[in-house]
Ligand binder design. Structure first.
Ligand code: GLV
Length: 336
């Protein structure tokens, strides 16, 4: 008999076909999240599930899921998963790192350039038939990207992909991580480690690429924004909650920094309405990994993780290896 899996949201047919070779699928074939009660009820008789970043998995959703062995998230970020609760329930969890690095780095650059050169506001102005003729002192004087200082907070794989692209703009690249990268990796992206205060005070463009955790909740707040230069611009393609949106709105209103470009927000998709009145912020709807090829690669990787996990093979992107190891030792002990 095939094992049963829940797919929490509409995916590409190729991923569903791959899963259907191995599993009986309960498919929520809509591009909206399951409500929590529905999610918990549908997990109750499942061996595994494919979750999306909008599915909150915690002790409540797992309460009745006694057969559940694996949850495979279609995202690199996994702050939607309460990993401690999932591990306590003996369930393994996986994510999809690697396949979205270059696409997300492209998004960060698209936002950086749009913000520096005020592309979105200029486009709106042209469409509003405001353009009367070329002006030397046009309202769209922006800031140079070339030869500026790019700062990256959170220098993982995506941060390094963002940094590598800066060579084409002859930029100086500095970054802050808890630990500096190995020298060879720093050299590959021509980036230098600095402390957080130096990073904030020297950047022209600050790209946030930290994973969200309670430890870095509001790690960019009033004090941090106050250290930035008035011509600096903040780009967030990581997660809402890393930035204190209230403090950022105030900094943008008072022009304490020049601009921001945000793909993620606290409480998304509900945005603080004050963002809409600002002309120095670019707003996009969490599209960092959103190309057809990359979203397909993410879905296929999550499917492969689930197929491995439910067939006794260690999945490549385990988030809680201790749960896997504990399960293997129980299997060995109970072998005849
Ligand atoms: C997208 O935000 C992801 O974490 O994959």
């Amino acid at each position: 008999m095939k094992q049963k899996v829940l797919v929490c949201r509409s995916l590409f047919p190729a991923a569903i076909e791959r899963l259907a070779e191995y599993f009986e699928i309960d498919y929520h074939d809509r591009d909206v999240p399951l409500v929590p009660a529905d999610l918990a009820a549908r997990l109750a008789d499942k061996d595994g599930a494919i979750t999306l970043l909008s599915d909150r998995i915690d002790s409540q959703s797992l309460a009745g899921a006694t057969k559940l062995k694996a949850l495979c998230n279609v995202a690199v970020g996994y702050n939607n998963l309460d990993l401690a609760a999932i591990s306590r329930a003996g369930v393994i969890a996986t994510n999809t790192p690697g396949v979205l690095d270059e696409t997300t780095a492209d998004t960060a650059w698209a936002l950086l350039l749009a913000s520096a050169r005020r592309i979105v506001s200029a486009d709106k102005w042209v469409r509003a038939r405001q353009w009367q003729g070329w002006q030397f002192h046009d309202p769209w004087l922006g800031n140079d990207v070339h030869h500026a200082t790019l700062g990256i907070l959170g220098m993982g794989r995506i941060g390094q992909a963002v940094a590598r692209r800066a060579a084409g703009f002859s930029m100086r690249v500095i970054y802050h991580n808890r630990n500096p990268l190995p020298v060879a990796d720093e050299q590959a992206c021509n980036a230098a480690w600095v402390d957080k205060k130096t990073l904030l005070s020297e950047v022209d463009f600050l790209v946030l690429l930290l994973p969200y955790s309670p430890d870095n909740h509001h790690c960019i707040g009033r004090d941090e924004l106050a250290l930035m230069k008035p011509q600096a611009c903040l780009i967030n393609v990581a997660r809402g909650g890393i930035v204190d949106d209230d403090a950022l709105i105030e900094a943008l209103q008072k022009r304490k920094i020049a601009g921001a470009a945000l793909d993620v927000f606290e409480n998304e998709p509900v945005l603080d309405p004050r963002f809409f009145a600002l002309d120095n912020v670019v707003l996009t709807p969490h599209i960092g990994s959103s190309t057809r090829a990359t979203r397909l690669a993410m879905a296929m990787l999550a499917a492969d993780n689930l197929i491995d996990a439910l067939h006794g093979r260690r999945p490549p992107n385990l988030l809680n290896p201790e749960v896997w190891d504990a399960r293997q030792s129980i299997t060995k002990e109970s072998a005849p």
